[in-house]
Ligand binder design. Structure first.
Ligand code: HEC
Length: 107
């Protein structure tokens, strides 16, 4: 019985190592997001505070929401003349980084 528990523990441990080892590769980079956000600042501001009456504030917005919004613009699930055009060329990494950047700002 005890050896079975030990093996179970080993399997769990190796699973955990695999997950934690792959996490840094997926981790969003807010600094890279800030660089990418140069092309968003005319409308959303580099501080995430809107510069246009039609553009929403992004500072402090929930990260997952930003990711979803950008992916929806990219696929066309959500449409906006300006944002559809802006989101088209973004990669998944760009979107993750941009979301990390804007969500890290003070609202
Ligand atoms: C030309 C102006 C303009 C630029 C440049 C622009 N946006 Fe937007 N953005 C808008 C407008 C206008 C909306 C509101 C659209 C709508 O009602 O769906 C919006 C909406 C958004 C939303 C959804 C917010 C919410 O609360 O639902 C996100 C996220 C976003 N923009 C991110 C970005 C990012 C990231 C960039 C740069 C890659 C960018 N935008 C560049 C004008 C712009």
């Amino acid at each position: 019985m005890t050896w079975r528990l030990r093996i179970g523990g080993l399997v769990l441990l190796s699973g955990w190592i695999l997950v934690s080892a792959s996490a840094p590769a997926l981790a969003a980079d807010a600094q890279a997001g800030r660089t990418k956000a140069m092309q968003c600042q005319t409308c959303h501001g580099l501080d995430g505070k809107s510069k246009l009456p039609e553009a929403p504030n992004l500072a402090g917005q929930v990260e997952q929401y930003l990711v979803k919004a950008l992916k929806d613009y990219r696929t066309g699930a959500r449409k906006d003349e300006m944002m559809t055009m802006m989101a088209k060329p973004l990669s998944d990494a760009d979107i993750a980084n941009l979301a990390a950047f804007y969500s890290s700002l003070k609202p």
